[in-house]
Design a protein around this ligand. Structure first.
Ligand code: PLP
Length: 440
């Protein structure tokens, strides 16, 4: 038996056996294509093969044409905990994976499936699943794939929440996590060669915008048969495609650029079908399901992903150039600057340098505290990737979960400002920064 029953209704032995059941049976429980093909009232639009489209068109059309009910042009928000089957045989077939369909909202939902499919098409993965937040996507991935005795290699500069999984939570399950200097590719390769079950990468990093050499590191990971997972939140699939570079899985905080409007939390995991299957099975029971309303908001936001990301990257570049030349600014981290230590690597694996930068101003944390209140066109908030420019220091944003000592150990200065460029007019952003720096 396979399907969607809550664990309490699933015979224990059968549940244990699920991992070894056939892909065919499982796939129908989460493969959006299979689900939609079987739904009544389904209309297919002329966009039958999204792989032929430019990504900008996929952001608009991808995954949607399969589920436009009753001539609606927009995907519906399906608020239904369960999906009813008056016919027992049909119910049984869906529940056992013989026929496509939905059974229970913790497992799959039509709106969520459309969101997942759009991300899958953009990242170019075999399979996809989602979760309630980016951290749910990341922690479910790690818990689903790792076992006591396994060894993870990662870098010191992963997102603060991810970093805490490595330093606190996973070790308590008997999993060794070694965090290596992010910029020392040779040291990461050495650590991987000493034995590694999962190599976890994030690039560009949050908040110091370091860039990892994906090609070299993915090759190192695969050299020891490690699973390679890449957090692609900062770059987005419009700027970087880790799966095309060989990674096994991509994870996202969809809360950030994918949604883009700072109004919905979500996470997504895309990549090798056998791995996504494990993550889906764990998340299904862990229960960190993406809500249909959040999925709808993320889906709607994704329609403008390409134009947002393009505009934001242009703004970020102009802001980085402006800040680099400003006498009160002591350091600017942006992969698009020629002065960035890994600029060449970024240029070789990214099609755009993204919208995130960070900078330090003369006077450290006290100066930052004086500077931030003067900004008029920026939310001072623990978020990024939104249409509005958003700023904050690591102590209240990316590394809020860490103590000052932990941030220091991770090499993250307290006096840094993380800047997520919005889609405002660039002249307004530059003028705003100029007056705020003058006021310090
Ligand atoms: N990964 C990165 C790179 C992030 O910046 C964040 C959050 O800022 C996360 C993961 C976690 O995402 P969420 O807040 O959706 O759980």
């Amino acid at each position: 038996m396979c399907g969607f029953y809550p664990a309490a209704r699933c015979p224990a032995q059968e549940w244990k056996n699920r991992a070894s059941e056939s892909n065919e049976c499982f796939d129908q429980t989460w493969n959006a294509g299979a689900i939609f093909a079987a739904l009544p009232s389904v209309r297919r639009s002329p966009v039958s093969d999204p792989s032929e489209l430019d990504p900008a068109s996929v952001t608009v059309w991808g995954g949607e044409e399969r589920y436009l009910l009753d001539r609606a042009t927009q995907v519906p928000v399906v608020h239904s905990v369960a999906f009813g089957y008056p016919d027992f045989d049909e119910w049984y077939d869906v529940a056992t994976g013989v026929a496509a369909g939905h059974i229970y909202g913790r497992n799959t939902n039509p709106t969520v499936a459309v969101f997942e499919e759009k991300v899958r098409l953009l990242e170019g993965g075999e399979a996809v699943t989602s979760a309630s937040t980016g951290m749910a996507a990341i922690s479910n991935t790690l818990h689903a794939l790792l076992r006591p005795g396994d060894r993870v290699v990662s870098v010191k500069d992963t997102y603060g929440g991810t970093s805490l999984l490595f330093t606190e939570f996973l070790p308590s399950f008997g999993i060794t996590c070694d965090l290596i200097d992010t910029t020392d590719t040779a040291a990461i390769e050495t650590a991987v060669s000493q034995g590694c079950d999962l190599l976890y990468l994030e690039t560009p990093t949050n908040p110091t915008l370091k860039v990892l050499d994906l090609r070299r590191l993915i090759a190192a990971g695969h050299g020891v048969k490690a699973t390679v997972v890449v957090d692609n939140t900062f770059a987005t699939p419009m700027n970087q495609l880790p799966l095309a570079l060989g990674a096994d899985l991509v994870v996202h905080s969809a809360t950030k650029f994918l949604g883009g409007h700072a109004d919905a939390l979500g996470g997504v995991v895309v990549g090798r079908a056998d791995l996504v299957k494990k993550v889906y099975q764990y998340r299904e029971i862990n229960g960190a399901t993406l809500d249909p309303m959040a999925a709808y908001l993320l889906l709607r936001g994704m329609k403008t992903l390409q134009i947002r990301v393009e505009r934001q990257a242009e703004n970020a570049m102009a802001v980085a150039v402006f800040l680099e030349a400003h006498p009160k600014v002591t350091r600017v981290n942006y992969p698009g600057l020629a002065s960035h230590p890994q600029h060449e690597i970024a240029a070789s694996q990214m099609t755009g340098f993204g919208s995130m930068l960070s900078f330090a101003i003369e006077g450290g944390l006290d100066a930052v505290k004086g500077f931030l209140p003067h900004l008029k066109l920026a939310h001072r908030a623990a978020n990024l990737g939104a249409v509005e420019t958003t700023v904050g220091p690591p102590a209240t944003t990316s590394h809020v979960e860490c103590t000052p000592q932990e941030r220091e150990a991770l090499g993250i200065p307290e006096g840094l400002v993380r800047y997520s460029a919005g889609i405002e007019h660039v002249d307004d952003l530059l003028a705003d920064l100029a007056q705020a720096l003058d006021a310090v």
